[in-house]
Design a protein around this ligand. Sequence first.
Ligand SMILES: Cc1ncc(COP(=O)(O)O)c(C=O)c1O
Length: 396
Amino acid sequence: MKKFEKVREDFPLLKRFVYLDSASTSLTPIPVVESMNDYYYNYNANTGRGNYKIAIKATDKLENTRKELAKFINVRDKEIIFTKNTTDSINMVVNGLKFEKTDNVIVSSIEHHSNLIPWLNLKNQGVKVKTAKNNGDYEVNPNDINDLINENTKIIAITHISNVFGSLQDVKEIGKIARENDVLFLIDAAQSVGYIPTNTKDINPDFMAFPAHKGLLGPVGAGALYLKEEIAERLMVKNLGGGTVTNVEGDGFRLESIPYRFEGGTSNISGIIGLGRAIDYINNIKIENIEKYSQKLTDELYQKISSIENIKVYGNPNNIHHTIAFNIKGLNPYDVSKILDETSNICVRSGVHCSIPSVKNVGAESGIVRASIHFYNNLEDIQKLYDALKLISQMV
Ligand SMILES: Cc1ncc(COP(=O)(O)O)c(C=O)c1O
């Protein structure tokens, strides 16, 4: 507990704001910002190209992040492809796979648009998207996915933790179903990596997409795709150019090995170095402690908010992770978040949360208010939100 109070010093914004919007982007700790400055001040060279000292140092640092990230999620180093963000990672898969007109894809009814719109766009190629419904608690039942599979199913693409309701999906079971049916499996892990321990080997997906800037406390503009080595040849490279080939002869070329064939052009070097520092930071605290403490805060947040008359909290209290969705009856969610900001410097998000199907599920036409935490929050933050919401709810 004391340890967690101490970390707050690394997040200067917490002195001015009650920040409860980490599901959008988390705050970046000072050591991570410093590591990126250090790159610009001291070894600001490109990676994988020059053989002078600072170029070698930049390359080593970038590759070190790859190693650390691979270890963090328990995969092989070469299975980590650096991208811009989760959306970029998912699009790399959607656009890299070859589809037949008869193929279908399975998603769920609680997907973020980043794991929905790219798949829906495949309808131009004749591909059908099937949607697994959720139970009333915004959880996807693996059996419902199983029921949707047929001989033309190419891939199952499912969120790990819902960005609206915080519900955790049984990805291990879904992965098992995918393998039994010889179907590819992608996990949108934007809301799980860095929040809960992720043993990718154990879950065994083919692809997993996540950003640096949420659970992992890294900077914006960097992310990763885990790509299982065994299926790498099935993914076409769409971003060809510098760094992606080993030879060019006449009008042909030979592709680099993984991951480099997928990392065309200059990477977000400082961002990736910052991500490496962020992983160190998390390892220092230990992901198991982060999960435990965050769950304690989440449970407290749920208890407090749901005790207020006039507030409807969505989801199953036994399966809510770091993100709580609610509405005050009779008030527009945008007004709620605006009042929280204006009166109390409390930052929460309201609206459709890039997941219109999720919000439609709830039947809340004007959207939802969402409070989300990370381990740098504390019980005082939750009390402040509770006090402010109580006052607002009495305005109705
Ligand atoms: C579940 C989920 N998927 C995808 C995304 C998109 O992430 P990014 O902004 O890193 O592309 C988000 C962002 O909130 C998310 O929560």
